[in-house]
Design a protein around this ligand. Structure first.
Ligand SMILES: O=C(O)CCC(=O)C(=O)O
Ligand SMILES: [Fe+2]
Length: 386
């Protein structure tokens, strides 16, 4: 009982503990109390509580959330304008914002030294010359990251541009998200490549940010339905779970859904995959096949895997293609290219020609992202995108 007395005597102004209590309230279906606790933590100066509160508010009233985040920025809470841009760009189903609003939120945060906002701006505007302005900012605020992401050096002096030019380049960059340079390769399985769909920054950022989280790759065992290591598939991977969904990862998810034409709610979690020399994924189907008892449990989460979308993050100089042995096709892994194909036909029947492999890497390494898309809404899709 001593412990209890102690906590009762001590006023709980530890904001971490308030947030934990708030989470418990949300889990116990007491959102009013949860929100009150978050507000206390926010008033006590916790930026994490402010952002969390805004996310909760967004689900009830998105305009109120935008207003709240703007007010918190005025109070000096960092990261709030970045979060507002993120909510608007990736989660606002009514599109109640302008590109100028997105831009000015990210720009304000960027000049204040927010690395995430600087990276977001560079990524959107990469092809525009004026993006040098933000490259120089990144170099100023985080020289090490600048070196790894940009592979070039910039100085602030060489990049004096007007905010109108920057804003226009940002808008043009955003429009480019929905435009793809497509090459149709095979119509039996709708095999299409979008050349250079991801920017260099997106590719490098994903490798840099998530490489330390890689774990040996696994395959879902068709008998038990659980994921296990299997000699069929070597290499390593990490699932980009909702808590990792930052601007860059969200942008890539959006590009994948725009390119392959699916609702983001139907996607499984995106995986980052890495193969070292000699590592590979032997020929397989992505569609769920197996005996009927385990099939039904796996199919419960959104139905069959209708589509596969891959995005190569680096160029493999030898080997490492995605091959389709029944079609005699090998797609080379080239940085920024996205690939899509169908695993089932319109009637839901397995497409035999979708049988494919990740060929052994012969030189260097291979990095890619993969997304399997179900016929319906998945748990991941619901959690991440509502
Ligand atoms: O590595 C590749 O090219 C293919 C990956 C793959 O087939 C998968 O992740 O399902
Ligand atoms: Fe596959």
């Amino acid at each position: 009982m001593a412990i209890k007395t102690q906590t009762m005597n001590k006023p709980v102004m530890n904001t971490q503990s308030l947030i934990r209590q708030a989470i418990a309230c949300f889990n116990q279906n007491d959102p009013q109390q949860g929100k009150a606790l978050l507000q206390r933590a926010a008033d006590a100066g916790s930026a994490a509580a402010v952002l969390y509160y805004a996310d909760i508010l967004f689900k009830e009233d998105r305009l109120a959330a935008y207003k709240y985040l703007g007010q918190q920025w005025q109070r000096g809470v960092k990261g709030t304008l970045h979060r507002r841009a993120l909510l608007r760009c990736f989660f606002d189903k009514q599109n109640s914002y302008t590109n100028d609003e997105l831009f000015s939120d990210l720009h304000e945060e960027a000049i204040d030294g927010d690395i995430q906002s600087i990276v977001a701006l560079i990524s959107v505007m990469q092809s525009a010359d004026v993006s040098r302005y933000y490259c120089a900012l990144l170099q100023q605020f985080s020289p090490e990251l600048a070196q790894q992401l940009l592979h070039a050096s910039y100085t602030v002096q060489e990049a004096s541009v007007t905010s109108t030019e920057l804003s226009q380049a940002f808008s043009t960059g955003l429009q480019g998200w929905q435009q793809f340079n497509c090459e149709k390769i095979n119509s039996d399985i709708g095999l299409v490549v979008a050349k250079a769909a991801l920017t260099d920054i997106e590719c490098r950022y994903m490798m840099l940010r998530f490489s330390s989280l890689l774990q040996p790759s696994q395959i879902v065992d068709p008998v038990s339905g659980t994921a296990k290591q299997n000699p069929y598939r070597t290499g390593s991977m990490v699932a980009i779970v909702p808590e990792y969904l930052d601007w860059i990862a969200l942008g890539i998810e959006l590009k994948m859904s725009a390119f392959a034409g699916f609702a983001r709610q139907n996607g499984e979690v995106m995986n980052l995959i890495h193969y070292d020399v000699q590592q590979r994924y032997l020929p397989h189907f992505d569609a769920i096949v197996g005996d009927t008892s385990t099939l039904s449990s796996q199919l419960r989460n959104g139905g069959q895997r209708q589509l596969t979308v891959l995005a190569y993050l680096n160029t493999v100089s030898a080997g490492g293609e995605t091959s389709f042995p029944k079609l005699g096709i090998k797609v080379p892994a080239q940085a920024g290219d996205m690939l899509m194909f169908r695993n089932i036909d319109a009637a839901g029947k397995l497409l035999q020609a979708s049988y494919h492999a990740g060929e052994p890497v012969q030189a260097g390494e291979k990095w890619l992202l993969s997304k399997w898309v179900r016929q319906g809404v998945t748990d991941y899709g619901t959690f991440a995108y509502g």
